[in-house]
Write a protein that binds this ligand. Structure first.
Ligand SMILES: [Fe+2]
Length: 167
C-alpha cells in the first residue's frame, strides 16, 4: 500500500556518528535556539537595511545587506546540521521566535538606537554560539563545533563594524 503523504514528515533518524543520542539531542536543541535567534536577527537587520536614514545611510544599507545575506546562508547550514545529527529542523516563524534569545523589534526607532540594538544582538549571538561550541566540543561533535566557531567570529566582527559606524 502506498504511504500517505502525511507520513512523509521529517522524523528522527538513527545516526551512528559516535555521538550519543542524548548528546545529539542536546546539540539539536542548542542549534534550534541558534536558528530561531538568527531568524529574528535576520528580520531585524532587514528592518534597519530598509528604514535607515541619515548620514550613514549608504554604509549601513550596504553593511546590513552583507550581514543578512551571510545570516541567510548560516541559518540554512545550521538547520541542515540539525537534520544531519538526526533531528527535525524548526519550522514556522512563531516557533522560531519562541526559541529565540533575540528580542523582536516591531517599531521604528532612530538609526543610532537601531544600530546599537544590533550591536548588542550580535554580541548575544556570539555568546550563544560560544556556548554551542563548548557543548559540541564536550561530546566530540567536531563538525558542529567547527561550524559554530566560525560563526562566533562573524558576529563579533559584525558588532565591531556596526559599533564603529555609530562611535
Ligand atoms: Fe536591499
Amino acid at each position: 500500500m502506498a504511504q500517505s503523504s502525511m507520513q512523509n514528515i521529517a522524523r528522527e533518524f538513527p545516526v551512528k556518528s559516535g555521538v550519543d543520542r542524548k548528546d545529539r539531542k542536546k546539540l539539536a536543541q542548542m542549534l534550534t535556539k541558534i536558528v530561531g535567534s538568527s531568524h529574528v536577527l535576520y528580520a531585524k537587520i532587514r528592518g534597519v537595511h530598509w528604514n535607515v536614514v541619515g548620514p550613514a545611510f549608504y554604509s549601513l544599507h550596504k553593511m546590513t545587506e552583507e550581514q543578512y545575506e551571510d545570516l541567510n546562508t548560516a541559518i540554512d547550514d545550521m538547520a541542515e546540521r540539525i537534520r544531519a545529527i538526526g533531528f527535525s529542523a524548526p519550522t514556522g516563524l512563531a516557533t522560531m521566535m519562541e526559541d529565540s534569545i533575540i528580542t523582536d523589534q516591531t517599531s521604528l526607532i532612530n538609526a543610532n538606537d537601531m544600530v546599537q540594538e544590533l550591536v548588542e544582538d550580535h554580541e548575544k549571538m556570539a555568546c550563544l554560539l560560544r556556548d554551542g561550541v563548548g557543548a559540541a566540543d564536550e561530546v566530540d561533535d567536531v563538525k558542529t563545533a567547527d561550524m559554530l566557531t566560525e560563526r562566533v567570529g562573524v558576529h563579533e566582527e559584525a558588532a565591531w563594524m556596526l559599533r564603529a559606524i555609530i562611535s
